[in-house]
Design a protein around this ligand. Sequence first.
Ligand SMILES: Cc1cc2nc3c(=O)[nH]c(=O)nc-3n(C[C@H](O)[C@H](O)[C@H](O)COP(=O)(O)O)c2cc1C
Length: 352
Amino acid sequence: MSQLDQDTLRFILEGAILAPSADNHHRVRFRLDHDTLRVTYTEPKLPPPAGYNRALALMSLGALVENLTITASRFGIRAVPLLLPDPNQPDWVLSIHLKPDQTVADPLWEMIPLRHTNRRVYFRGPRIAHAEQAELDSAAQLFPDCQLNWLDDSAIRNQILRLMRRAETERFRTRVLHEELFSAIHFETGWHASCPEGLPPGALGVEPLLRPVFALLRHWPVMRLTNLLGAHYMMGWRACDLPCRLAPNLGFLTVKNADDQSIFDVGRAFQRIWLTATSQGRVLQPMPASAIFALQGASKEGVPVDTQRSLADGWRTALGEAIPLMLFRMGFAKPIPIVAGRGRAEGYIKNG
Ligand SMILES: Cc1cc2nc3c(=O)[nH]c(=O)nc-3n(C[C@H](O)[C@H](O)[C@H](O)COP(=O)(O)O)c2cc1C
């Protein structure tokens, strides 16, 4: 590869890893073979089918690929991804064919470094106007299997909010989910610094007075004890119900079938929506728990059976056959001072 190619590759990978991922951890490595990027998983394979961990992994991969595709377009390169190209090599998650001189620069590339998760409690309005909503809708329409929906009607909004609150509450009530949530947070970083992987506490939007309490709740015995007094309900209300009620817009993405390709495409569509919202000056927080905890395999991964069933029933009553995968709240807010960092692109390249 020439020097220019090395620089171009690094630039494209830097754009890719700026993508969001469920716990700010891109479990991938890239290797360039001629005109194809071979992307391998850092674990032997993706999490098991039908579970929520696989959904998170596939949506995160989708977001990463969308960023990669947009960044590559800046150089006229069209990136054509193939998900799980070889069933006999389950750690080979993607093959991305890079075709030079086949596309024009996608203006969303400029939004990539500006996009961050914003977890401030209060997002102000105004709500999106028709023209802006059409812009977001067309971002999603590039992926025909995905449908973008808005929770504008207050009856359905309240119905979905109940499901969201139940799922977020469960993350503080059930030991496995609590462990997953808090293990992603790097408390050792402190509240005023960032870290290259995982979640820095400062990015969580926890008010200064509540920080010591929140930090204590990472210990399961403390969480379990305070749950006797209803702490999990308080946390579900503060983390989800209140910010969603205050948000000018709540949106969600559904698919007809929850197969790997559709979930991956939701990740791509979601990232385009997020970058488009960023270009409109809006901020966003993903909140997919109520959707992914309703997936059939979620109860094998720690979501209590009654919660999985009740979420699945709730969604069926609200939407019929459509399967929700990603929810988010959106509006205007000041940027957060601490954002999740990233490692150097070189660290994601596999040589040999
Ligand atoms: C599939 C997926 C699921 C996510 N779920 C949540 C969530 O439940 N709550 C939340 O606050 N952020 C969630 N996020 C946001 C990530 O935590 C965030 O993207 C990551 O920490 C990197 O930070 P950044 O978005 O500021 O770059 C999710 C992101 C993705 C892609």
